[in-house]
Design a protein around this ligand. Sequence first.
Ligand code: DQA
Length: 142
Amino acid sequence: MKKVLIINGPNLNMLGKRPKEHYGSLTLEEINQMLEKENQGCFELEFFQSNSEGALISKLQECISYAGILINPAAYTHTSVGIRDALEMCSGIKLEIHLSKVDEREGFRRINLVRDVCHKCFQGLHENSYIEALKYLKEIIG
Ligand code: DQA
């Protein structure tokens, strides 16, 4: 079965407590459960969250040959050359995810270091950004 990594960056373990107008009201655990349901056994899903840049990079290196990666790098979207370079090495389909409409927020969030190494971006749909990304992955490689 094809493997897919769902990887989330800093502060996403605090979903449910973050501003709801940007991030919705679900916890990360609830979003992951929705993804399992949407997946319907199509892929082998692996979930990972960390607040630390090095841990995220090491996980991407471990999963370098996975068929797909759904990544919300959170604040590291805007700062991390290391995560960008790790993603660039990953051979599968890479989908960038944001709960909020990150391209329409503060200027510093419009700096995006991962966009050019991802195949597509899903943003602004709260938890449905993840669901739409998984549906897309199922369409193209499921
Ligand atoms: C985010 C947007 C980032 O700018 C922010 O730092 C996050 C979450 C999103 O999902 O909308 O933590 O990636």
